[in-house]
Design a protein around this ligand. Structure first.
Ligand SMILES: [Zn+2]
Length: 257
């Protein structure tokens, strides 16, 4: 048996300063954050026969215990960050990559994992030296992580497949993870929210928004009949979803079990 879990890091408002400020929809008034967009952040953990797999690593925020929140969430589920075997990185924007290393302790977050990164995404990102915290994360990862740089499409073992998608960033990748009972699909920021499956939407924040839109349509067309379990990194509602066929033959998305 395999199972996927959201490692929900919270909801945030992001304004032109690109800072992620915690936003509680229950308490905070969106009008108090003019010019902001609102995002939810869900890294994922998959407990598979291959071992534990993490899909993207979140904002690198620290929780109440002083540990990285992603580590706290993994421990709350009864697992340990030291047992994670694969860290699959869709791309290296700050809200996905900042949990790769723990800048407070000067260690990588997943010391026994293989970090799977498109090499060109890495090259393109680390040369941008503007963000000090990210610079520190890149050098910790470079020095201390077991990085597996990949190129284009391929597989890590029989069960983890990566595809260079582009769309959101030039070298963004998506992952298919096959287990004995499930086919998980992690579309990163090409497919960040389920709502985008059902509207004709080109995102301004994408490197190539039309490509990202076409890819989303393809993923759903292929994945809905095949019952893929879709992992939505920025979802407000359903984070792990699967299709359900209606009487007219159309598919809707429901929460996966
Ligand atoms: Zn993102």
């Amino acid at each position: 048996m395999s199972k996927a879990y959201s490692l929900f890091e919270g909801s945030f408002s992001v304004d032109t300063s690109k800072k992620f400020i915690p936003f509680d929809p229950e308490k905070d008034n969106p009008k108090s954050r003019p010019g902001s967009i609102f995002v939810y952040v869900h890294p994922f953990l998959i407990d598979s026969p291959e071992g534990l797999i993490v899909c993207d690593t979140g904002l690198g925020h620290y929780g109440d215990t002083g540990k990285l929140m992603i580590v706290e969430k993994i421990e709350e589920l009864g697992f340990s960050a030291a047992d994670v075997k694969y860290v699959l990185m869709s791309h290296l924007h700050k809200d996905h990559a900042s949990g790769m290393a723990d800048v407070k302790s000067g260690q990588v977050t997943f010391p026994n994992a293989v970090y799977v990164i498109q090499e060109k995404e890495w090259e393109n990102t680390v040369k941008d030296k503007k963000d000090e915290v990210l610079n520190e994360i890149w050098s910790l990862v470079e020095d201390k992580a077991d990085i597996q740089f990949v190129h284009g499409d391929g597989q890590i073992n029989g069960n983890i497949h990566y595809n260079l998608s582009g769309g959101h960033t030039k070298y963004h990748q998506v992952f298919h993870i096959y287990t004995d009972d499930s086919h998980y699909f992690f579309g990163g920021d090409v497919l960040p929210e389920p709502e985008q499956l059902f509207v004709n939407f080109v995102a301004k924040y994408d490197f190539d928004g039309k490509l990202a839109r076409a890819l989303r349509q393809e993923y759903w067309k292929e994945g809905a009949p095949e019952k893929w379990k879709f992992l939505f990194y920025h979802s407000k509602n359903i984070a792990i979803g699967v299709s359900q066929e209606k009487s007219d033959g159309e598919y809707i998305l429901i929460e996966a079990e």
